[in-house]
Design a protein around this ligand. Sequence first.
Ligand code: AFP
Length: 335
Amino acid sequence: MTPTTENALATPVGITLERYIKRKQSEFAYATGELSQLLRDLALAGKIVNREVNRAGLSRITGAMGEKNVQGEHQQRLDVEANIRFVRALTNGGEACAVLSEEDEHIIQTGNVFGKYVVAIDPLDGSSNIDVNVSIGTIFSIYRRVSRVGGPARQEDFLQGGRAQVAAGYILYGSSTMLVYTTGHGVAGFTYENSLGEFFLSHPDIKIPRQGPVFSCNEGNWFDYPEFVRTFLMTCKERRLTARYVGSLVADYHRNLFTGGIYLYPPTTDKPTGKLRLLYEGYPLAFIIEQAGGMAVTGADVVLDVQPTTDLHQRAPLFVGSAELVVELQAVAAQ
Ligand code: AFP
């Protein structure tokens, strides 16, 4: 066997998500297989949502529902459909005792009172991009419950803080569909093979470059940004960094994870704590970025160290990406 063939066989690239999860199970703090099952349930719902997203233009599920969600944002049909799919998969899977979704004000009790985990999820992020065939995503965060097993989940299960997450990930429905997740042992990425209906390991150990050429924010908000953000953005422009902004958090985050760069959703005049939600956007993406060697801050503070309030849908500013760029931003914010 040539050394190249040997290396190729040793590297797990190409194995299915299913097999990968099984292999990695021993790395989990509680290696009983329950967390593995939970990840499989999320992947299954992701496949179903991927199918819906792919045929969205045909099956009359684009467009607004005419309803607003708990954030006061207009719900799209696919938002609602994705929410149903993920909650159903987590309910049927049996490992999650409760789900906190962007689409529902209150915690959803799955009825699995013996389930040891809770899941906070944004089932379909980037709603305004659904109808125009632009990439969208799902973001999830998993905690081991602190409430009594055998009873209903409680708010405290979701309010343990970012460092208590046992796993976090996202699914990007893009030019290809990818699932990226961490259990605190690095970050792995899986690409979905449509014809086989499987996620395959394509990116075994994702690391974000320490520097990067990209800054991503909604510059239309320039005049509503705090001074420190404008100062930082001016330095990006002076150094001729490239502006890239899809307006779907998962897509912008994913690109920067690979190319290097910084994503910014700062506080604005009318949204003093920013737009993004801490529990199912900030925390999970911060967990993944730290595992990939990057950083996430809310300004001067590190996202994972931010203590949650009692508001399950609280918002927090988010600056996330390559370590050197985030450190620079953080220094400007602290001045
Ligand atoms: P929508 O779901 O309303 O499209 O919001 C998407 C999002 O939460 C996130 O995915 C984007 O990065 C961010 O908001 C875009 O917000 P702006 O439109 O204010 O730039």
